[in-house]
Design a binder for this molecule. Structure first.
Ligand SMILES: [Zn+2]
Length: 479
């Protein structure tokens, strides 16, 4: 347990597990000439290319602190505040939790991992160096009166959110920090609906994107299908995709088609001829380029206003990039260590994680087509506790292995691991996975979900929902 704790605290160990860090070994196994391996190693140099000319499509946040709250905890707070503790007057209770600060060049966030319903605290009696969130709900609540009741000490950080049941789309929110009260940017609820509560006096974030005035009505059909609110969310969304193979490249194409504002593409593999059959739109001219570059070039031609960040190396820098706020973190990898590592980022940063995997296995004379889609909302678990990592011991070994470490066990070639790949299966699974996320944005999908396709060739395909295992006590995702 202590070893695992060390891993969780050690950002250098954590950054080593992403796809491609053993690319040199893989290419050697595939018989790729030494010079190409050398070039691949040069590509290890951390590099992020951002299309600065497209910055106008990216909505920079203000530097006010925002609260990031998983929907599970939001619902706990709302239920508790509307059902007072027996014996306590309604105005005496609050939802109280701890805050974890996060700051990068674009955002200042307070992450909330849990809340409980209790009597309104008096912070003069509380630990002097703790950060708190206090949520109250009632008509005509006032911030001044709340601060007088809470009496925070100068060394404490306290965020107060006041809800009015008559107007739940906004809130009064202020932050006590460094001994004084300051305004906050609002509150983001991560989960079904992906709602944002703006300060009462603030302007709604949605007004930043006008879906009625898009590229010559390019999205009129999309607005018709999803509605204006979800379309606005898509067109201000950032999606990070780890792994640009057969599933990841189709995923990137369809997110671009849906109008997602910003794609972060993470992979350091080079495009080889056998990749072309499942990466529509790429030609033989792209062979030899980094996959991120080849896909980005095609998507920019398809949609010039898209912002694409290419991350070709997984270093401490790219770990920092991965941890920047994304509306969705996607893994399309065949590596459990990478799946686990991204899951840890999603848990730590309260981000939604979409994990996609496909496989073909021989079954007598037939072929079984298999696909797994795991959409994990913060607070509901991680890939480990729901059963998304086959060999946890191996994943943890790779997760912690230093650069250049020997692989454990025999490395198998692709055709020892699976029979082959089918672009038809890739399309089915990727598009179903994206639809899950659209349903989550729209609010019709209320919870995390694991959808499985296991389909013997010659029969009709059907999807099953795998029972969700509550990760209570999980050492990787529960506080
Ligand atoms: Zn877990």
């Amino acid at each position: 347990m202590s070893g695992v704790s060390t891993l969780r605290r050690n950002p250098v160990a954590r950054c080593l597990a992403f796809p491609g860090y053993q690319t040199g070994t893989v290419l050697a196994a595939a018989g790729i000439p030494k010079i190409l391996r050398h070039l691949t190693m040069l590509a290890y140099k951390a590099r992020m290319t951002t299309d600065m000319t497209n910055q106008s499509t990216f909505r920079p946040s203000d530097q006010k602190w925002r609260i990031i709250l998983p929907r599970r905890h939001w619902e706990t707070a709302c239920r508790g505040l509307l059902l007072p503790i027996p014996g306590s007057p309604e105005h005496e209770i609050a939802a109280v939790g701890k805050l974890r600060p996060w700051k990068d060049r674009n955002r200042c966030e307070f992450l909330v991992s849990d809340v409980g319903i209790e009597r309104l605290p008096d912070f003069q009696m509380a630990h002097p160096y703790t950060r708190w969130i206090v949520i109250r709900c009632g008509e005509d609540l006032r911030l001044e009166e709340t601060w007088q009741r809470l009496r925070p000490r100068p060394s404490q950080v306290v965020a107060v959110v006041l809800l009015d049941p008559r107007r739940m789309e906004s809130c009064q929110v202020e932050l006590f920090q460094d001994g004084s009260v300051q305004p906050m940017g609002g509150l983001d609820i991560i989960g079904s609906g992906m709602y944002s509560l703006q300060p009462v006096e603030g302007s709604p974030a949605e007004s930043a994107v006008d879906v009625t005035n898009d590229d010559n009505n390019r999205y009129s059909r999309l607005v018709g299908a999803l509605g204006a609110r979800v379309t606005r969310q898509l067109q201000s969304a950032t999606v990070t995709i780890v792994g640009l193979g057969r599933n990841g490249s189709v995923m990137a194409s369809n997110f671009a088609a849906l109008g997602v504002a910003h794609l972060r593409l993470i992979d350091n593999d080079i495009l080889l001829p056998h990749n072309l059959d499942a990466m529509p739109g790429l030609s033989a001219d792209s062979v030899g380029k980094l996959k991120t570059l080849a896909v980005a070039e095609r998507l920019r031609a398809f949609r010039p206003n898209i912002l694409i960040s290419q991350i070709e190396r997984t270093t401490q820098d790219s770990l920092e990039i991965l941890q920047r706020r994304s509306d969705l973190l996607v893994t399309c990898v065949d590596n459990d260590a990478a799946r686990f590592a991204v899951s840890q980022v999603a848990v730590g940063r309260n981000m939604v994680h979409l994990d996609v995997a496909t496989d073909l296995v021989e079954q007598g004379n037939a072929t079984r087509l298999i696909g797994d889609i795991r959409l994990i909302v913060p607070g509901d678990g991680c890939v480990c506790c729901i059963g998304g990592v086959d060999d946890q011991s191996q994943a943890l070994y790779e997760y912690s292995a230093p650069v250049g470490a020997m692989s454990r066990g025999q490395r198998r070639t692709w055709n020892e691991q699976r029979r082959g790949s089918l672009v038809t299966l890739n399309g089915m699974i990727v598009n179903t996975a994206i639809q899950h996320w659209l349903d989550l944005l729209g609010g019709s999908l209320r919870t995390s979900v694991w959808t499985k396709l296991s389909w013997p060739s010659g029969q009709s395909p059907h999807f099953d929902t795998v029972e969700w295992i509550d990760g209570e006590g999980c050492r990787f995702c529960r506080p």
